[in-house]
Design a protein around this ligand. Structure first.
Ligand SMILES: [Zn+2]
Length: 155
């Protein structure tokens, strides 16, 4: 049985994601970098280059967000997860899961997961879990070759 949060965004991609010529080693790096406006390549590059996903997360809190970030953030996360799970090893891991996937956390993230602290009481939208379940559904419906071709660039 895969442990809790085996799908953490802090785990490196099997192969780095190349986007706009930058090399992203984890989904967290990519997600945080995309918070910067499309034309702010300097910030995106800076985030892509920090050595740990924790640093990327920290930097992402300090930058000026692109104006449509709230509308686009789920799509950005979906893009990163789709890339990760196009790798056969990750794909297999996701296909081994059954039932509901929940990003349980203790740091009050009630957007991407559900927080288990006494204050949040397990509440949360679990958007990351929902993305993973949607990807799993796609995988079950499509053959692997078709699946690989479904990766689309972000707008
Ligand atoms: Zn909490």
């Amino acid at each position: 049985m895969a442990g809790r949060n085996w799908f953490s965004n802090f785990h490196p991609f099997t192969k780095p994601l190349i986007y706009q010529g930058f090399v992203f080693t984890t989904p967290e790096h990519f997600y945080q970098a995309m918070k910067a406006p499309k034309i702010d390549l300097a910030t995106r590059r800076k985030i892509a280059r920090v050595s740990t996903p924790a640093e990327a997360k920290k930097l992402g809190r300090k930058i000026t967000l692109r104006s449509d970030w709230e509308q686009i953030k789920v799509e950005v996360m979906f893009f990163a997860q789709r890339y990760r799970f196009s790798d056969p090893k990750w794909r297999r891991k996701l296909l081994e899961t059954r039932g509901e996937i929940v990003e349980w956390n203790t740091w009050h993230d009630r957007t991407w997961g559900r927080c288990t602290c006494p204050m949040c009481k397990g509440e949360g939208k679990n958007l990351l879990g929902k993305i993973l379940m949607k990807l799993r559904d796609e995988m079950l419906l499509k053959k692997e070759t078709v699946w690989r071709n479904t990766i689309q660039p972000l707008r």
